[in-house]
Each structure stands twice: as C-alpha cells, then as structure tokens.
Write a protein that binds this ligand. Structure first.
Ligand code: G3H
Ligand code: 13P
Ligand code: ZN
Length: 316
C-alpha cells in the first residue's frame, strides 16, 4: 500500500470511537519504533514531521524512511503529515515532496487571516490529492521553538468553527481545549482537565467533522523517574491524564498528537544504558534500546489511549 491520506482513517475512527496516533519523526529509529509498534498491533498510523524535523533530517530522508517502512509493513495504512506548517510556502513544499497531509497553523493570526491562508493551502493541497489540517484557538507550551505562556493560550470558540470549516474547505480541525505542548505542561498538584464540554459543543456544530488534539503527551512519571535516577535533571512536571484522552478519542477526536512522551522514552533508555554500561560507545547499543522503549510506549498508547489496535483492517 502506498502512503495514504487520512480521509478514510478519520471516517472509520469517527464511526468506530477511536483515534489515530500522530507521532513525530526525526530519524530512522523513531520511524522504526512507531511503525513496528503499529504493525504488531495492526494500528493505522500518522507519522508527522515538524519544521525542526525537516531541518534536522531533510524531507527527502523522511519520505524515503517512510517508503522503507511501507515496504516492510505494506498492510499498515500510513500517512506522512506536516506538523505545524507555518505558512502556504512550507505546506506547498511538503505537498510537492510527497507528504499526503499538511497542517497549516495560522492559529496565532487573526481569524480572517487564518481563514484566508488555510483556504489557500486547502485549494493547492486538494489539487494535488493532499489533505489539510488547520487550527483554531491557541495551545500553551512550546512548539517549533515558539513558546506560548499559559496566560496567552485561548480555548477554541465553538461559535467560530462552523464558519471556519465552511470557508476554508480544510479536512480536519485542531482545537485548543486544555492540552499543552512539551514535557513541562503542568506542575504536580495541578489538575489539568480537557474541556470535554467545549469539545461536545464543537461536535454539535460540525457533526461528522474530524477533530485533532495537539499537546497530548501525558509525561509518564515512570519515565521521568528513570531519567532522573540516571543522571537527568527533569523538573517536576505532569501531563494530560490518559483516561481523559481515551474519553476524547471516543468522540469526534480522530487524531491525537504525541511527541514529548516518545522523547522521554528514548532519553530514559539512553540514560539507563549510559549509567549502567559506561564503557559503551557503539551508538547501536543505546539507540537500539531507545527504539525499543519508544516502540513499547507507542504500543501501549495505541491500545490504551487511542484504541486504534486492530483497526488497520478497517481501511478499504
Ligand atoms: O508540537 C511540536 C512537536 O512536538 C515537534 O517539536 O518542533 O521540537 O520538532 P519540534
Ligand atoms: P506533546 O508535546 O504533548 O507531545 O504534543 C505534540 C504535538 O502536539 C505535536 O504537534
Ligand atoms: Zn502540536
């Protein structure tokens, strides 16, 4: 199977009460960990690259890595998605390089400008058989080197979504309902809640339309502990509860973005090897365990958080 768009995936996920995991990629080990996990569970999957990933690895490498993964796992539907595309030109470049889905993130701009840029991207992408995600509302946290303070974050306004979706022609919508980017989302003692009431309101206004949640890492405390017990100095932090994400995945939320948890898993494995075996200098001896830890984490996410295991068979 070649790379696919998310159209079919989202339709099945919407009707089936589960969500597709969208995991960020930066190198071969990450692609292998994600796709091996998906293949073992028969989960459809979205692999996404940020601007930072494209700068680090080069789009050509990322596309070729996915081609390799598809050759090894032809039964798994896979999407290559641009994460947080800053403007039309970035999105166009990814469409032209073989991505099957792009995100135009103009959420930091005024509503009307967001509509104009998102529509422009949708028109170009659709002409080339590529689907588009746009965003309304602002998440807190760090994304692509842009830091949004918690006070500057704003929830998506349900009364705007219908007009936005209609006028832009985009295929899915990322919303801000309390999730946050990065590993340092919330402090211990806080009780971060996803605003399911806002989600329900949005769902009512655009029934059947796929919703995306960014910033959905949960900052597993066992990984933080491994990192800090092996020389790391992560500050106290907690993420969004996995039970809340599971609840959201049963609704119109069809795509859930997780990146920071994967980074924590890899770092935990590498730190453990470095402390336990200081004589190691062969990168395979720490990148291998890092890949395994990432794979196990994403297997658990696919089963317990997203509910996507077994659903590769749903796709036509
Ligand atoms: O939301 C952003 C993703 O976690 C990607 O992060 O810009 O460090 O690649 P990055
Ligand atoms: P996390 O930082 O919570 O993993 O969010 C990732 C994300 O939203 C990528 O777009
Ligand atoms: Zn994001």
């Amino acid at each position: 199977m070649p790379l696919v768009t998310s159209t079919e995936m989202f339709k099945k996920a919407y009707d089936g009460g589960y969500a597709i995991g969208a995991f960020n990629i930066n190198n071969m080990e990450i692609v292998q960990g994600i796709t091996d996990a998906a293949a073992e569970l028969r989960s459809p999957i979205i692999l996404q690259a940020s601007a930072g990933a494209r700068k680090y690895a080069n789009s050509v490498y990322l596309v070729k890595l996915l081609e390799a993964a598809l050759e090894l796992h032809p039964e798994i539907p896979m999407v290559l998605h641009l994460d947080h595309g800053a403007d039309f030109d970035v999105c166009k470049d990814c469409v032209d390089h073989g991505f099957t889905s792009v995100m135009i993130d103009y959420s930091g701009h005024p509503f009307e400008e967001n509509i104009q840029e998102s529509r422009r991207v949708a028109e170009y992408a659709h002409e080339h058989g590529v689907v588009v995600e746009a965003e309304l509302g602002t998440l807190a946290g760090i994304e692509d080197e842009v830091k949004v303070a918690a006070g500057d974050a704003s929830y998506t306004r349900p009364e705007e979504v219908e007009e936005f979706v209609k006028r832009t022609g985009v295929d899915s919508l990322a919303i801000a309902i309390g999730t946050s980017h990065g590993a340092y989302k919330f402090k211990p003692g806080e009780n971060p809640r996803i605003r399911l009431d806002i989600l329900r309101e949005i769902e009512k206004r655009i029934p059947g339309f796929p919703i995306v949640l960014h910033g959905s890492s949960s900052v597993p405390q066992d990984l933080v502990k491994i990192i800090n017990e092996n020389g790391g100095k992560l500050k106290d932090a907690i993420g969004i509860g996995e039970d809340q994400l599971r609840e959201a995945a049963k609704s119109a939320v069809c795509k859930i973005n997780i990146d920071s948890d994967g980074r924590l898993a890899m770092t935990a494995a590498i730190r453990q090897v470095m402390r336990e075996k200081p004589e190691v200098f062969d990168p395979r001896l720490y990148l291998g365990p890092a890949r395994d830890m990432l794979k196990e984490l994403y297997k658990r996410k696919n089963i317990e958080v997203l509910g996507s295991a077994g659903h590769a068979y749903d796709q036509d």
